[in-house]
Every structure is written in C-alpha cells, then in structure tokens.
Design a protein around this ligand. Sequence first.
Ligand code: NAD
Length: 483
Amino acid sequence: MSVDQASARMSADLFVDGWWTAGRAGTLENVDPGNGQVVGTVSLATAGQVAEAIAAAENVFPAWSGLTGAARGDVLRRAAGLLAERTEEAVATILLETGKTEADARGEIGRAVQTLRWNGEQAGRIQASVFPGVVAGSRRTSVPAPLGAVAVVTAWNFPAVLATRKLGAALAAGCTVVFKASEFAPATARLIVELLAEAGLPAGVVNLVFGDPRAVSEQLTSSPAIKALSFTGSTAVGKALAAQAAPNLIRTVLELGGHAPVLVMADADVDHVVAVTAGAKFGSAGQSCVAPTRYIVHESRYQDLVAKLTAAAEAHVLGHGTEEGVTLGAVADQRRVDALVRLVRDAVEQGGTITTGGRQVDRDGFFFEPTVIAGPSADAGILSEEPFGPVATVSSFSTVDEAIDAANAAPYAFAAYLFTDSLRIRDEVARRVNASNLGVNQLAPSLPDVPLGGLGNSGYGYEGGLEGILAFTQLRLISETPG
Ligand code: NAD
C-alpha cells in the first residue's frame, strides 16, 4: 500500500471540460476518520462552474454517443487496467479518507476494477430487438439510445465502487456525465476520473464537481440539459432529489439506505451463520447498505447465536487502517458516533442487553466499539432506523410467520439473509420477505454482472447487469418498410 504516494494527493479539484480547475466557492477539509487529521482539501464549485460542467457534458454528447460501443468500451477497459496498476495508491487513498481497513479498501478497489472492465466489455454488446412488422415486408426495431448528459451523485462509503458502477454504465450506454461525488471522499473520485481521462476519455465526457450538495443538485435537476439522475445515498436525500427531479420529469435511479435482516432458522448451523455474516457486519465499520444488522433467530438457536456473534465482535482489532493487524476501521465522523450512541442508549431503554461494545472508543478519530444488542423490544429505534455502524441486534422468534413479520417491520427493503436447509422455508421467505436481494446461506454481494435495486425506502431502478446500462437509455421504436 502506497500511503506516502496517496497522502501527497488527498486533495481534489474540479474537472470541467477536460481541465482540472480550482473551485471558486472555497474549499472544505478532507478529514481522515481514522485519526481526525486533515489530509487534504476539496474544492467547491460556484454555480457558474457547475453550469460550465453541464454545458461541457451537453456539447460533447453527440460525439461520445456517436462512437461505437466497442470504442467506448475500450476506454473503460483501459481505465480498469490503469486502476489495477495503481491499486496500491488507490487502496491507500480510500483508506485515508474513509477510515476503512486495508482489507476493506483492497476489496473495494478489486471490485471497482471488475466493474469498469465488465461495463467496458458490455458497451460493445448493447443490442437492438427486431420484431416483425404489421405490413408485409416491413419490420420494427426497438433501439436503446443513450439519454444524453446525466447527473451522477454518490455517497462516501464506497467511493470507488459507486463511482465505477454509475460512470461505467452511463459511459457504456453513450451518456455524458456531471459527477457530483461526495465531499467526504473526494480524492478517490478524483483518482477514478483522472484514470478515465488517462485512458482516453474525451474532454467533457465526465465532469467532476463538488460543492454545496443541495445547491448543486438543484442546479442539475433544473437544467434542461440533464436527462437523468442516478443517486446513491441516504433515503432522506434520495426522497429530496426525487422531488427535485419530478417537475422536469428527469428520470431517476435511487440506490438508498438498507437495514438487512438475517433470518436464522431452527435447522441453521450457527457457526456458519456467524462465519458468513460477521465480516459483512463489521466490514467498513458496518457502513454498508447491505450490512447484516437485525439478526432474527429461532428461539432454540438464540443463546448460541448471541454468544458466537459477541465473540466474533470481540475478536476485532480496532484502529487506523495503516496499523498492522487492524480488522475494524472508523466510522465517518462524530455525527455518526453520536447517532450510534443515541440508538444504543434507546435500545437499552427498550429492553435490550449490550453483550459487547456500546461505546465510542477513546482514541483519535471516530471509532465505535463493535456492538451486539440482544433482545431489544420491537419499539427500539435501532430496529427501524439504519444504524450505519458496527452494531447488530439479535431478536428471537418461534414461528416462521413471526420471523418474516419481524424482518418486514423495517421500512427498508434491500438485502436480506436467510440460513436454513429447508426448501419450503426458502421459498416462503423468498416470496414474502421485503427484500430485493436475498442471500440464502451466503452473502448477497452487488457485483457488476447482475441487476440490483431497492424497494420501498431503499429506492428504485437498477444498477449492474445490462439493466443498469439500459437505465441510461431510451428504447426508440422504428417501424419501417423498405422504400
Ligand atoms: P448522503 O445521502 O448524506 O449523501 C449522498 C450524496 O448526496 C453525497 O454526494 C452528498 O453530498 C449528497 N447530498 C447530501 N445532502 C444533500 C442534499 N440535501 N441535497 C442534495 N444532495 C445531497 O449519504 P452518505 O452519508 O454519503 O451515504 C450513506 C447512505 O448511502 C446510507 O444510507 C447507505 O445505506 C446509502 N448507500 C446505499 C447504497 C445502495 O446501493 N443502495 C450503497 C451505498 C450507500
């Protein structure tokens, strides 16, 4: 891991029409959550600079969309290769601005490379469908056509994967982009855009901006040049953006929060449940939309699961990602720590027992102990509010109906996990659980080759797979008779 190399490059400017340029609305600090120190700055755009980014994306759209899909794919595949070559710098960059462990950061860069490569391969394979015509000798063709300039807005917690999922699909489809990355992880976004440019992306095809998030998004969604908005982030902001986009009928893809239940049936092997899920629970310090959080466990397995999950939590070594042997990183900032303190206190007031953890860690940076709360009542806020931290709850049930009701009690519907050997229960849970992404006896990763999207408060639309690329296109129907 090239920490020295990365730490010299933790600041980010804007990238507008092929030029790196300082934002004229000032700067914010880029803070390392692992020690609280300022590692760089992020440059903020004025409305004029956002307008320049929109104009650049609009102007270059005919040229970029006019290339063959294979030519666009070449750029993405070259960028994947460059990111793979610069893995050590990229790992250190993510680690320094998100507080992740080295293993988490490395896993993320691997997935980002895979995502750019997969979208690059698909770009040349986007197909039209041909239907028989209604008049003899005629035919109808349904052609996916790129929408135009689009806005992409991302969360800080997987800065490389989220950027590559959205940029990969939009660019493969033939769209051009104004990319408003999170001000909390600006250097990773800068690195990815830099590598796309180095891979041959023409000026203006991707424009990177930071700024006042609300003002920038209002400007993007009120511009007639912007044809779609793809957002990943919290449910509250996603709803605000959907409302902003509605008056202009800008189509949106919203990948929002999650609160994944883990249903552990009476026949489950508890060691296996903990071995599979604990890494995902405490990875990225629990700040993942698919983090297993609400363990809902058959009463016959409850004590065993509480004991083993507690032991798994206690085995973590917490610290800065550059320290040897660290397995649990920091949370985003003091606000996230305060939210976790509030949720844990409330869970205890609602009858829960802390079996391990429960407090902020007394060290520099923003750390929360890996925490397990057994038996909070159904009214505990943590069962409905996404904790977004290294905290798991465990509740018990006696019937499958009770388990499904408990799983469906949270307003989110993204990932869910089920552990059982029973096909009957598997089918019933798959049919009735409010989730769009069910892992049965395993995790449910968001890989580039499959479409995935949320339900309910977890959003709508798809990312990944061909559907993720087609989200940036409009099917145009051509009915034709040879003249
Ligand atoms: P966030 O909603 O605070 O920020 C996301 C993006 O929106 C950032 O670029 C931010 O600058 C911008 N933003 C913030 N406030 C805004 C406003 N008022 N108007 C317009 N834009 C605004 O989320 P976050 O803290 O960066 O990320 C955490 C959230 O993202 C969690 O809820 C997590 O579950 C979710 N998430 C979902 C997925 C998924 O695939 N469904 C993946 C990763 C993260």
